[in-house]
Design a binder for this molecule. Sequence first.
Ligand code: ATR
Length: 278
Amino acid sequence: MTKAFVVGHPIKHSRSPLIHGYWLKRYGLDGSYERIDVAPVDFGDFLKDFPSRGFAGGNVTIPHKEMAFLNVERRTAQAQRVGAVNTLWIDDGVLWGDNTDVAGFMAHLDGSLGTGWEQEVETALVLGAGGAARAVVAGLQDRPLKRIFVANRTSSKAEDLVADLRPGSPVGLETSAWEALPRVIPHARLIVNTTSLGMAGQPPLALDLARAPRNAAVADIVYVPLATPLLAAAAAQNLRTVDGLGMLLHQAVPGFRRWFGVTPEVTPELRALILADI
Ligand code: ATR
């Protein structure tokens, strides 16, 4: 039997076991995927010990993603760019780390907007400068866009993100002041919220989308609620919307493939299963 885990602290709210449990059943695999609560002081030992405990690998969540990044032996290019690892596996005795939020966000965007969507997008705007923003910018950077603006309430964090991800970037990376958003929005054909604004219990992200380009797309990585105030405002302007649930589901695909050897499908049934749990 192949075993995988999700490790975090706390961990009981993770939806990853539902996702991987669904796929294990769907593909009739002899495997397990379990939650493991590990305090930060014990995480180094956990990384050393998990293979001898019979695990093929697993997911890493808050607060261990940076620690995992620092302690893996090899990193994918995506993990390297983001500076955080959310997926671990062993290959030939070597501990690898990936950041699957990058591929997860892009797979969901391609699925929602249709491949080739970049042909119409010169300028993208990413709101936020945390780990999720880094993953989104790292993904968008691989596409034929002209420029990406990053705007964050705390401007120094946007400047750090741009400084880290700009070297070698074929796409122009620039910061935009939060207060300047009304001037950037009319140029942005893709707008992505990676802040926690709009999440249940948080204030909404109040963007004036009336002057957004007519064919702009608006993506939110918040998925509780699924219809965030931002996506509702975008829909009211007849803009295309991309909800946050798809990123959660698609980011799980590469890990499952590594541990269990099957490329799993993000089915409508899986979406419904997670939606019922939200
Ligand atoms: P994640 O890893 O999910 O990206 P994070 O690193 O905590 O999470 O980042 C949260 C993001 O939401 C940050 O960009 C944060 O802005 P600051 O860097 O200024 O803190 C943003 N955010 C949270 N609350 C906000 C608010 N009330 N207004 C604007 N931005 C907010």
